[in-house]
Ligand binder design. Sequence first.
Ligand SMILES: Nc1ncnc2c1ncn2[C@@H]1O[C@H](COP(=O)(O)OP(=O)(O)OP(=O)(O)O)[C@@H](O)[C@H]1O
Length: 232
Amino acid sequence: MTPILQCKVLGKRYGAKEALSSVDLQLGRGRIVGLLGPNGSGKTTMIKLASGILTPTSGEILIDGKAPGIESKSLVSYLPERTYLADWMRVSDLLGFFGDFYQNFNQEKAKEMLERLDINPNDRLKTMSKGTKEKVQLILVMSREAGLYLLDEPIGGVDPAARDYILNTIITNYSENATVIISTHLIADVERVLDDVIFIASGKIVMTSSVDEIREEQGKSVDELFREVFKC
Ligand SMILES: Nc1ncnc2c1ncn2[C@@H]1O[C@H](COP(=O)(O)OP(=O)(O)OP(=O)(O)O)[C@@H](O)[C@H]1O
C-alpha cells in the first residue's frame, strides 16, 4: 500500500536559513505519530510542507503517492499553530463553513464533540477563551473524515483536564486507516496516545521509533528519552 506520507531527500530553506535538510521518511496508515523536537527544529515547516502551504526547496513530499495539491487537500486535515478563523463567526457558522468547504466534514460528529465539551454553538469565537477557541478548532479539524491529520501543537492552550478529553477525542475520532501527526512540546501528556515518534533536530530526523520499542528496549518513557537526547 502506498504510504500516506513520504519524504524523499526533502529540503526547505527560508532565504539562507536551512529549516529542513535531506529528510527521508515514510509513514504508514492507522498510526498516531508524535513529531517531537526542540524549538526551531523544523516541525512546523514539515507540517506546512505536508499541508501544501509551503513548497519544498529540494527533494519531494508525497501524500498518498502524490505531490500536495487539490487531491491531497481532501485527504489532509490540518490544524495550524495559530487560529486563522474569523473571530466574529459563531461556532454554528463555522460548522456551516466547514460543511460547505469540505465534502468529508461530519457535522454530527462535530456537534457531539461540542456538546461533550460544553461549548455553545451560538457563541462567537471572539467571546471565547484561548483554550476554548483551540478546542473548537480541533473539533472542526477532527470532524473531517480525512486520511492524514496534521496537528501542530493541538493542546498547548488547553487545561490539563481538557487535554485528556481532547486526546481521547483524537484517538476515537479518526478512522482506522487514517494517520495523525501531532507536533507538541507536551510529550508527557501526549505519549500515551502515540504509536510512533519522530525526533527532529536542526532540520534533520535524528530518530524514528515505535513507542513500544522505546519502552521495551530502552526502558524509558518518550518524555525521558527526549530530555536525554535534547539535553541543553
Ligand atoms: N518564515 C520564515 N522565515 C525565515 N526563517 C524561518 C521562517 N519560518 C521558520 N523559520 C526558521 O526555520 C527553522 C524551523 O522553524 P519551525 O517553525 O519549523 O520550527 P519548530 O520546530 O516548529 O519550532 P517551535 O517548536 O519553536 O514551534 C527555525 O530556525 C526558524 O527560525
